[in-house]
Design a protein around this ligand. Structure first.
Ligand code: SAM
Length: 263
């Protein structure tokens, strides 16, 4: 048995996993040689990648604090990633103690780690499910235990929609989730882009991984906010979304757009 609660033969180390590559790039320990090799290849193809993932994570934290500050007490976080401090419920607790979080990811390693870290608290849940099947997320009994869709919800799709290909019909997926949100809800979304530099080599690294990387232009990312109203400053590179200090050096090269919008 590994420290993750998996039997060694159950861990897929034949291909890099996005959650584990991201964990490696953030300086975490829940990754394997195959993920570290992919992470190093990414950093060789896109030298700003480490500062970018940290900036994305900082955006996530600021956006969570913003929506909780606006009164939201329930968060549906799809594409959670491996636990990374501060996690969404911890960022939320910096503003209010009574926020409930449903964490969703399609990688079993995330639910195994997440359950070990967050399970049993009652206020949060960790569910193994796929964004490509939004109805299964919305009707999941564990999600329904934590999230009351009659009250405002913050839907987090942070650094996950770029793992959906056009064939997955990502706009329809986001629209299905949007239609389940009552008035007063929010969408927090970030997405990788190739607008600022040619990034086909970085994209190619994900061809070996369990999910492909689909870079989109600013105009294409904006489509995901259809039916929502973006709050100021709109869709920006993540370090420039309501920064709480001086944005890190190299921020203008960061290939992630992020925005927050209201229903
Ligand atoms: C780059 S991490 C982002 C983690 C976190 N949201 C953040 O921004 O810090 C992307 C996560 O999305 C998950 N993911 C990828 N495709 C998914 C899908 N179709 N359904 C659910 N989760 C998915 C991966 O397993 C990974 O944990």
């Amino acid at each position: 048995m590994s420290r993750d609660g998996f039997r060694a033969e159950e861990i897929d180390t034949s291909r890099p996993h996005p959650a584990r590559i991201y964990d490696y790039l953030l300086g975490g320990k829940d990754n394997y040689d195959i993920d570290r090799e992919a992470g190093d290849a990414l950093a060789a193809a896109a030298p700003e990648v480490r500062v970018s993932v940290r900036a994305n994570r900082a955006f996530l934290r600021r956006a969570v604090k913003y929506v909780v500050g606006e009164g939201v007490r329930q968060i549906l976080d799809i594409g959670t990633g491996l636990p990374t401090s501060p996690n969404v419920h911890e960022a939320a607790a910096e503003v209010a103690p009574d926020v409930r979080v449903a964490y969703i990811d399609n990688d079993p390693i995330v639910s195994a780690h997440g359950n070990a870290l967050l399970g049993g608290s009652g206020a949060n849940t960790v569910v193994l499910a796929d964004l490509r099947d939004p109805q299964s997320i919305l009707s999941d009994p564990s999600v329904r235990e934590v999230i009351d869709f009659g009250r405002p919800v913050a839907l987090l799709l942070v650094a996950v929609v770029h793992f959906l290909a056009e064939a997955d019909k990502p706009e329809q997926i986001v629209a299905t989730l949007r239609d389940a949100l009552p008035a007063g809800s929010f969408l927090v979304l970030s997405h990788a882009t190739g607008d600022l530099a040619e990034r086909s080599e970085a994209q190619a690294v994900y061809r070996q991984a369990t999910a492909s990387m689909n870079l989109r232009s600013r105009a294409e990312v904006l489509r995901f906010f259809d039916g929502f109203e973006l709050v100021e400053p709109g869709l920006t590179q993540v370090p420039f979304w309501r920064p709480d200090g001086t944005p890190p050096e190299g921020s203008h090269e960061i290939g992630f757009y992020g925005g927050v919008a209201r229903t």
